[in-house]
Design a protein around this ligand. Structure first.
Ligand SMILES: *Cc1c(COP(=O)(O)O)cnc(C)c1O
Length: 355
């Protein structure tokens, strides 16, 4: 195949039967790299990143550390590996971290901190807005006593289930951690969604934390990759842990270049995803038998009356619209859906709920 006939193959998949494009609202991770991103990947300068030789990785690490206001950053294969390396770099065997009961690090990452680090989680029930009651957090910090694990770290998440944590809460939570000698980690998988929705720059949201993890493979539309940011000394520890957990990658500038492209072209446009989420929420809320939580960013949660949630999901699927039903119905908007797709989703839900 000559260069001029290369197909970048970024066309969206088609729903079986209808011939219409699939409207995949399962997650913002389902995006395919755009043609422009594929071109950047194809032309990326690379080297062996285990030797620290990959110019694209180094550029990305410098860029994201600067954006978030940290000394250093480390490119990671996934958000899970990024959070795991953070937990293991902050805590040792027999240490404890305080975390939301429904936080991703605690609930959806296979218990990696406990499995691989001997780190005990102390989950704290989240309030509906995703915040933790800081009096409860403080009461959960263990005294220096041989009976207890050593409380070392407070881990927060922003956005949480698509909700933007209030700036004054983040300031109070990180101040509490500092006052009590704990480190503070932010799982900012969707940090850029929080920044775009609130108008607060990522660096200001990250201020007060000792480490922050961000994902390039969610709303930003890169095929894979996350970054962990922190002090030089913290990142040196995380680097060792990344290696021992198998996360040292070689010519991974291919992915870093995609992430750099995403930072240039896919941040401001997250606002479009937020608009589409509201369009979907408004459309669904006008239907009978469903209640919708108004979205702040790109995630819409809905509860269907009479236990009809799974049947609605199946109906949507039959119309080429995909969503998930793990915690109520969840719809996530992203780079690969447009207003026409959202309107098809609402129409398909309407066929089912109005019948
Ligand atoms: C997706 C996600 C992660 C993990 O990222 P993976 O790349 O899927 O491992 C971590 N935290 C939050 C809040 C997430 O949404």
């Amino acid at each position: 195949m000559s260069a001029s006939t290369v197909s970048y193959g970024s066309a969206a998949p088609v729903a079986s039967g209808s011939g219409l494009p699939l409207v995949d609202l399962r997650s913002d991770t389902v995006t395919r790299p755009t043609a422009a991103m594929r071109e950047v990947i194809a032309n990326a300068a690379v080297g062996d990143d285990v030797f620290g030789d990959d110019p694209s990785v180094n550029a990305l690490q410098d860029r994201i550390a600067g954006l978030l206001g940290f000394e250093a950053a480390l490119f990671m294969p996934s958000g899970t590996s990024s959070n795991l390396c953070a937990l293991l770099a902050h805590c040792g065997r027999g240490d404890e971290y305080l975390v939301g009961q429904l936080a991703h690090t605690y609930r959806y990452e296979g218990g990696g901190g406990a499995v691989l680090g001997g780190i005990q989680p102390q989950p704290i029930t989240q309030q509906p807005d995703g915040t933790l009651d800081l009096a409860e957090v403080e009461a959960a910090i263990k005294p220096d006593d041989a009976h207890f694990a050593r409380t070392r770290l407070l881990a927060l998440e922003n956005t949480w289930n698509g909700r933007v944590l209030p700036a004054d809460y983040l300031a109070r939570a990180t101040a509490l951690a500092r006052r009590r000698g704990l480190a503070a980690h932010l799982d900012g998988a969707r940090l850029f969604n929080a920044a775009v929705a609130s108008g607060v720059p990522v660096g200001a949201i990250a201020a007060g934390f000792d480490s922050v993890s961000v994902c390039f493979s969610k709303g930003l539309g890169a095929p894979a990759g996350s970054a962990l940011c922190g002090s030089r000394e913290f990142i040196a520890r995380a680097h060792r842990i990344r290696k021992l957990t198998g996360g040292g990658m070689r010519q991974v500038g291919l992915l870093a270049a995609a992430a750099l492209h995403a930072l240039d072209h896919h941040v401001e446009r997250l606002a479009d995803d937020h608009v589409l989420a509201r369009r979907l929420a408004d459309g669904l809320a006008a239907l009978p038998g469903i209640s919708v939580t108004p979205p702040q960013t790109n995630i819409v949660f809905a509860q269907v009356e009479g236990g009809r949630g799974p049947a609605l999901l199946a109906h949507l699927q039959s119309r080429g619209v995909m969503a998930t039903g793990l915690i109520g119905l969840r719809f996530v908007t992203h780079l690969d859906v447009d207003a026409a797709g959202i309107d098809r989703a609402v129409a398909a839900a309407g066929e089912f709920l109005s019948s």
